[in-house]
Design a protein around this ligand. Sequence first.
Ligand code: X2X
Length: 334
Amino acid sequence: TRRDFIKHAGIAALPLVAGNTFAQTAEFNMKFGSNLPATHPLNIHAYKMASKIKLETKGRVDIQVFPYNQLGNDTDMLSQLRSGALDFMTLSPLILGSLVPQAQINGVGFAFKDYKQVWAAMDGELGAYVRRQIANTGTIFAFDKIWDNGYREVTNSVRPINKPDDLKGIKLRTPPGPMWVSLFKALGAAPTPLNFAEVYSALQSKVVDGQENPLAIIYTAKLYEVQKYCSMTNHMWDGYWFMGNKKLFEQLPPDLQAIVTRNVAESAIMQRADVRKMNDGLQTDLKAKGMGINETNPDPFREKLRQAGFYSEWKAKFGEEAWSLLEKYTGKLA
Ligand code: X2X
């Protein structure tokens, strides 16, 4: 690779190609991939972060941003990240669940009452516990401050979801993660796991009736074009671990590693604020696009999950240590 070549040849020995000045030739060319549109705050902040890192490393680290599954869907990108074909990606902890089962714990239905609980847990002991599990893969790792996706809401084209019964028979796309399938089975829907890359066309062609995502995604991915109802279920909080390939990251000298690490954390804080603002403010815009929006009461949903054995099942799967770390922040769940 170019990186290896540079390492062995030394930067001074680099030949200059036509139209490529020394200043434009980074020593470390790195790639970041995500599943979201370029207009979503996650990518807006990824682009800003990449320029800041380039500036602070005096051009030595150049991170190229690939939004909206340009490098493949989440499953593809995760394999690339593990093999070293990709340097960085953002991924939902629940999708990571197929590789690191304990990572899914933030997705327990109706666990976090509010953002205060979310950040206390994810920036505290629960997040640290999950990052240790991710590091145990030996090939990939997650940076400290998880980026935000938000509380997830159900959209569909059949009827507004007011109570669990309304989900009966609804063919609902979920991301590919065991927790999602379990949650929506327990709620009585017919969950169909699909990568986000396939969601718009699956909704458009009516392969599925609905999906669930935070409003910022429903808006930036234009899902309102192919969905009629949006029900504010807030059934789970979801984030994005900013992850790296361990071996590739360790090829950076420590001072450059430190610049990247600090920028991922600082960008996370700004990204969280922007995602929150969007998720809190988009109802009016989505109504203007023709969506019917309804509020829901979480109690009957929680009760349905309890009756279906959802909480006891996942408590047993996660085990005492992880579950008590979760309940430390959320209060008693099961
Ligand atoms: O796949 C989804 O629905 C998304 C975009 O929310 C995730 O990355 C989990």
